[in-house]
Design a protein around this ligand. Structure first.
Ligand code: B3K
Ligand code: ZN
Length: 884
């Protein structure tokens, strides 16, 4: 049971009564007892407020001084969360000395140890675990940090800003002092100390300054940092070119650590990263890993302007920095690789992960209105839907208009802690438009349904698109501003020229062969004139808004669009819709006791795509490979109010098998043609080639044809690069064949001392679709290389099992749920943030059949009775609330 919970509300926001102008920190590092001296220059902002209430958690208080006067215990109030001081004067210096224990910090928040090194994580509210402070993002201060530590074990001492002094001290100790000239909130504070090596490069900024770039890691991993460094350099150049943003300090440091709760953290001038998003080479990292490194390096770098220079007024504004920075990193990756492929990847993730969140019990708007534990709000909604909402501005204003808005935002708010309204106002003012309606996207949760009907008027040659918006479960939903990008195709597959009817001249903007319809009402019609014959509409091109589009497409129209649409996103989307229809149809057949039967439409599209590959007609193999990929299970589950999980899993698996079987020879031809041995290079064409080849291998393996096993084994044994090795091994991991298992064992032997690669082995074991899957995962957590202390390892076993091994997790005995609940309760004691994350699959209980619902709810109730952290409490209670 959780002792006491405190709900924070956006409506209660009050500016701070005190300002902290400067912070002088000094750390005497010892693994079990680090002494932190914190000198704050405090200024009172309101003459009447005499109480300075500083946040602090898990701190041993050593002493408090105000203007060098030591306070007695009776001079202050202190409890589990606060230290309250009476401040009579307008300005004073408060000195607080505390002691913390980094070694025993398993929550990985505040100051902790990873791999024998010291590091910190302060966002959202971790700084209060280092020292007493006004731990809120609108308190901006100048920091000077001195670190003292044993020199032989901690040769490297880092903090934010520029190094201003360093030197030796008696007894083998040494110190370094860092000064950050930019005001910042305490969540951006960072400290790293230990035995680390680095690679160094330089960047010549647009203003001519030379910036030193360093990436720190264990000396054994230095050779895997080059890709991260190149990614950083590309990001710096891109932000100068696209948004005119130049880096401000003389040095930019990135440190890779193995034990980290999330991907990375944008601390000013000293980013701390999960090593998964830094280390990459062809032998150990897949194409997806390389892309992940590039995107996360870029994301954290872009935060320097969108997050650090301009930060959030309070945590309810989180999407201000996260939605915007995700949008920026998406645009960067689109430019580096391919805009169409990147859009498909992002929308796949949005629909498979964010849409279920938006329709589940933890649904919240991109600007949450309340929270118990802020760490629970670093969600797909705040990040990815937030990025989609930022994209809406660009779609509405055009790229140039968006850039003007960004310029004004930077000009107005540099050095401030602001709100999402400030961002919107800058966009509106720079373009002289009214964007007030965009507010609804920030405060209404749930994915809007966009229902479209079309009508062709043959007499007047007019074509009408009627749109209707609603949000399920929100009866009085206010209309949102939804830009709908559309195109019309002739029966020959040619794009039609678009002329808006006079009455919609203001609500339709033409862009090449598309039109952007501005839907502002709950219901609204848009009309085009001069349409000679009934066209085929291509709706919601580029996925121009994060909505669920309902339109009664006929199968032949989808087949037509999958081939002819000029919008690459909608070509892919049409093929997906056909596959979804096929799966849903077959689920019904299976439920009636009939057998799986592959439908003709998707099969024809599949064959055409494959033939294009084999004839060398495919322009982008990655797009081809995506179109051949079936919708993933989470997206399919999302299609049902209540899913028959067993029937769906069977249909999904049989569809792959049927396609693999039917087009075996075409798949094999494509596979052989693309399976060229060449040195690994991370570039668009090679990535696409590997993706297409591996898609073929997956279908060939799914066909269950006996002659395919040697192909996968040969690809594994060739050890060409980790992308090819891992796809081969994934297909083998489900097989009971001895040779397949021998490859799994071989992989373990090769990589047992490389944590990031070993995570992949654990993940394959945990996701293997085998009859004894639950026993296997129970064994995995007893494996000597398993550790609850390392979040990556926990995610690769527990997280992967519950999200990807659906047959085993949802087994009707309920044992999969029970096991997950055990894991959550275990982690609740040591690392609540990770515990709360791996809980997600149970929060989706309402999508399953009654029997499974009861089993999942029983585990949620058990967790609710035993969990102690507010992280887990908040999610479990929300999940149970809707059940009552
Ligand atoms: N801002 C951090 C996330 C912090 C998460 C706190 N639990 C990384 C990022 O979004 O860039
Ligand atoms: Zn971020």
């Amino acid at each position: 049971m959780v002792a006491e919970v405190n709900v924070n509300y956006l409506k209660d926001y009050q500016p701070a009564d005190f300002m902290i102008k400067t912070v002088d920190l000094s750390f005497e590092l010892l693994p079990n007892a680090t002494l932190v001296t914190n000198r704050l220059s405090v200024e009172k902002l309101h003459p009447k407020s005499n109480l300075l209430k500083l946040n602090g958690e898990n701190l041993e208080l050593v002493s408090v001084r105000i203007d060098d006067q030591v306070l007695a215990k009776t001079d202050y109030q202190r409890d589990e969360q606060f230290l309250a001081l009476s401040i009579e004067v307008t300005e004073c210096v408060v000195e607080i000395i505390t002691r913390v224990n980094p070694e025993s910090n398993t929550a990985l928040e505040g100051l902790y140890r990873s791999g024998g090194n010291y590091c910190t994580q302060c966002e959202a509210e971790g700084f209060r675990r280092i020292t007493y402070f006004l731990d809120r993002p609108d308190v901006l201060s100048i920091y000077t940090t001195t670190i003292v530590a044993d020199k032989s074990t901690n040769p490297v001492l880092l903090s934010n800003g520029n190094l201003i002094e360093r030197g030796d001290l008696p007894n083998g100790r040494h110190f370094a002092t860092w000064h950050d000239p930019f005001k910042k909130p305490c969540y951006l504070f960072a400290l790293v100390a230990g035995n680390l090596a680095y690679i160094e490069d330089h960047y010549k900024a647009q203003d001519g300054r030379d910036i030193c770039l360093r990436i720190y890691t264990d000396s054994g991993h230095l050779s895997k940092c080059r890709h991260a460094m190149d990614s950083l350099i590309h990001s710096m150049r891109w932000d100068e070119e696209r948004f005119g943003r130049i880096y401000d300090l003389d040095i930019y440091m990135i440190v890779a650590v193995d034990d980290f709760n999330m991907g990375a953290m944008e601390n000013k001038g000293l980013n701390i990263f999960n090593s998964k998003y830094v280390l990459a080479d062809p032998q150990t990292a897949t194409d997806t890993d390389f892309e992940g490194v590039e995107a996360v390096i870029a994301h954290e770098y872009f935060h320097n302007w969108t997050g650090n220079r301009i930060t959030c007024r309070d945590w309810f504004q989180l999407t201000l920095k996260e939605g915007l920075t995700v949008f920026r990193d998406q645009e960067f990756t689109a430019d580096r690789l391919s805009p169409a492929v990147k859009r498909i990847e992002d929308i796949k993730r949005l629909r498979s992960v964010q849409f279920p969140e938006d329709s589940g019990p933890t649904s919240h708007p991109i600007q949450p209105q309340s929270y118990i534990e802020m760490n629970n709000f670093y969600t797909m909604t705040v990040y990815e839907k937030g990025a989609e909402v930022v994209r809406l501005y660009q779609t509405l204003l055009g790229r140039d208009g968006f850039r003007k808005g960004m310029d004004l935002y930077f000009e107005r708010h540099d050095g401030q802690a602001v709100t999402v309204q400030d961002f919107r106002q800058a966009m509106a003012d720079a373009n002289q438009v009214d964007l007030a309606q965009m507010h609804n996207w920030y405060v209404q949760s749930g994915t809007p349904i966009l229902k479209i009907d079309t009508h062709y008027d043959a007499v007047n040659k007019r074509y009408q698109i009627h749109c209707q918006q609603s949000i399920p479960g929100l009866v009085d939903a206010k209309p949102q501003l939804i830009p709908i990008k559309v195109g019309l195709l002739s029966d020959l597959g040619e794009p039609l020229a678009l002329y808006p009817a006079q009455n919609c001249a203001d609500t339709i903007r033409i862009e090449a062969d598309s039109a952007v319809l501005q839907l502002t009402q709950l219901q609204q019609s848009f009309e085009f004139i001069g349409i000679e014959k009934p066209p085929v509409p291509s709706l919601l091109r580029e996925f121009s808004a994060p909505v669920k589009l309902q339109y009664d497409y006929r199968l032949d129209e989808l087949e037509f669009l999958a081939q002819h649409d000029t919008d690459s996103f909608n070509r892919w989307e049409s093929a997906q819709r056909l596959a979804v229809a096929d799966l849903m149809h077959n689920v019904k057949r299976l439920q009636k006791g009939e057998s799986y039967q592959l439908g003709e439409s998707y099969a024809r599209v599949f064959l055409r795509l494959l033939n294009e590959v084999n004839k060398g007609l495919a322009k982008d193999l990655a797009l081809q490979a995506y179109a051949l990929n079936l919708p993933d299970m989470s997206y399919m589950i999302e299609q049902y109010e209540q899913v028959d999980i067993e029937a769906l899993l069977t249909a999904h698996q049989q569809m792959k098998q049927a396609l693999g079987h039917l087009y075996y020879s075409e798949l094999e031809t494509a596979y052989q043609a693309l399976n060229k041995v060449k040195p690994y290079s991370y570039n668009k064409e090679d990535i696409a080639q590997r993706m297409m080849k591996n898609r073929c291998l997956q279908y060939l393996m799914a066909s269950k044809s006996p002659q395919v096993l040697p192909l996968a084994i040969a690809q594994y044994q060739a050890q060409a690069n980790m992308t090819d090795v891992l796809v081969a091994l994934e297909t083998l991991s489900h097989s009971e064949a001895d040779q397949a298992q021998a490859c799994m064992d071989d992989f373990y032997k090769r990589w047992q001392d490389e944590p990031l690669v070993l995570d992949k082995w654990f993940a394959l074991k945990a996701s293997a679709d085998r009859s004894n899957a639950l026993e296997q995962v129970k064994d995995l957590i007893k494996h000597p290389k398993f550790s609850y202390r390392t979040p990556n390892r926990v995610r690769s076993v527990v997280g992967v099992f519950a999200r990807q091994n659906l047959r085993a997790f949802h087994q009707i005995s309920g044992q999969g749920y029970e096991w997950l609940a055990d894991q959550i309760l275990h982690l609740d004691e040591t690392n609540p943030q990770v515990a709360a994350r791996i809980l997600t699959p149970l929060t989706h209980w309402s999508r399953y059949d009654d029997q499974r619902q009861q089993l999942m709810l029983a585990q949620l109730k058990r967790i609710s009775q035993q969990a102690k952290s507010k992280d887990v409490y908040e999610l479990v209670e929300k999940s149970l609330l809707v059940a009552d």
